[in-house]
Write a protein that binds this ligand. Structure first.
Ligand SMILES: CCCCC/C=C\C/C=C\C/C=C\C/C=C\CCCC(=O)SCCNC(=O)CCNC(=O)[C@H](O)C(C)(C)COP(=O)(O)OP(=O)(O)OC[C@H]1O[C@@H](n2cnc3c(N)ncnc32)[C@H](O)[C@@H]1OP(=O)(O)O
Length: 267
């Protein structure tokens, strides 16, 4: 479909069209896409044709705006959230000069609130929806009210760890976190992990076992590991535990399927 567009648009129009899609990917959630480019902030997505790739490679200069990175600390972060953020952050320094980076450190993943607003090529989304679209977990302005989280990735171990502080708007059972909010965070962490393997992906299957309730306002650890890859399928394991590891709150398995841009353009 993207290639079809290319035949009917001028090069400039095509560049604009692809850049909208591309910028949507860039700002969707917490990613620099593609594991080899993790530190360069220059995303890669799945392109079917050389022309798509060529157009997109000249695009990063277009992205001059600096969106807010939601994975940085704010005033609502409690002691435990800050302690764990500082712990992982202290292990995620850039490699020093002359030292080779084998992905043996944690990398903090930035997180933005723009969703993939041109997923349907702008055809089906009204201008209002396009301008107001936000990533579900990053759409509440009141700091600490809902999803406060930061994701770190360790490439050599194929592991993500997310420090998550659940705010008061996420209540389900009195005093505890809603199961849908927990599922959202599991989808977010495992989806981010799968995207680092090969973006873009979509969740095909999510299985969740809720073992013990999560107190509202508490900070928990959400950890994901790569179980296996089979072609375009990525199987990810996930657990939600108390920060000292003594309590298992939730366990999950997730399947992500790599898609092409044309899959999104089909709507
Ligand atoms: C808008 C999405 C943007 C993309 C980025 C997404 C996430 C990550 C991005 C950034 C990370 C940041 C934040 C993350 C935050 C949240 C992540 C949210 C992600 C979502 O919230 S996303 C919305 C919910 N998600 C859907 O809305 C999917 C609807 N669905 C489809 O769009 C198709 O269904 C699709 C694409 C799944 C597959 O379609 P397809 O045509 O590409 O592939 P096909 O059907 O051929 O299946 C290929 C192989 O997967 C096996 N397979 C397929 N489905 C299976 C299932 N359910 N169980 C077991 N196996 C399954 C087949 O059996 C075959 O296996 P085999 O090859 O071995 O035969």
């Amino acid at each position: 479909m993207v290639f079809f567009f290319a035949q009917s648009l001028s090069i400039l129009e095509m560049a604009r069209s692809v850049s909208r899609i591309f910028s949507g990917f860039r700002c969707f959630g917490s990613l620099p896409f593609g594991n080899t480019q993790l530190k360069t902030q220059c995303p890669s997505v799945l392109f079917r044709t050389t022309s798509e790739r060529t157009v997109v490679q000249v695009l990063p200069s277009i992205f001059s705006r600096k969106p807010r990175d939601f994975s940085l600390p704010n005033s609502s972060w409690g002691e435990e959230m800050m302690r764990l953020y500082n712990y992982y952050n202290s292990q995620s320094e850039e490699a020093t000069e002359g030292q080779e980076d084998h992905g043996e450190q944690w990398t903090r993943l930035p997180s933005y609130n723009r969703s993939l607003k041109y997923a349907t090529g702008g055809v089906y989304l009204s201008k209002i929806i396009q301008s107001k679209a936000r990533l579900f977990t990053r759409n509440i302005r009141d700091p600490g009210a809902a999803f406060e989280y930061v994701v770190f990735f360790r490439q050599d171990k194929q592991r993500c760890v997310c420090v998550f502080q659940a705010g008061h708007l996420l209540e389900g059972p009195p005093g505890h976190v809603h199961g849908g909010a927990i599922a959202t965070m599991i989808d977010t962490v495992t989806g981010t992990h799968a995207s680092l393997l090969s973006a873009p992906v979509m969740t095909a299957n999510l299985n969740i076992n809720y073992r013990s309730p999560i107190p509202l306002g508490s900070t928990v650890l959400i950890e994901s590991t790569l179980d296996k890859e089979e072609g375009k399928k990525k199987f990810i394991l996930c657990s939600v535990t108390s920060t000292d590891g003594s309590r298992v709150h939730t366990e999950a398995t997730a399947l992500f399927v790599s898609i092409s841009i044309s899959h999104l353009l089909r709507g």
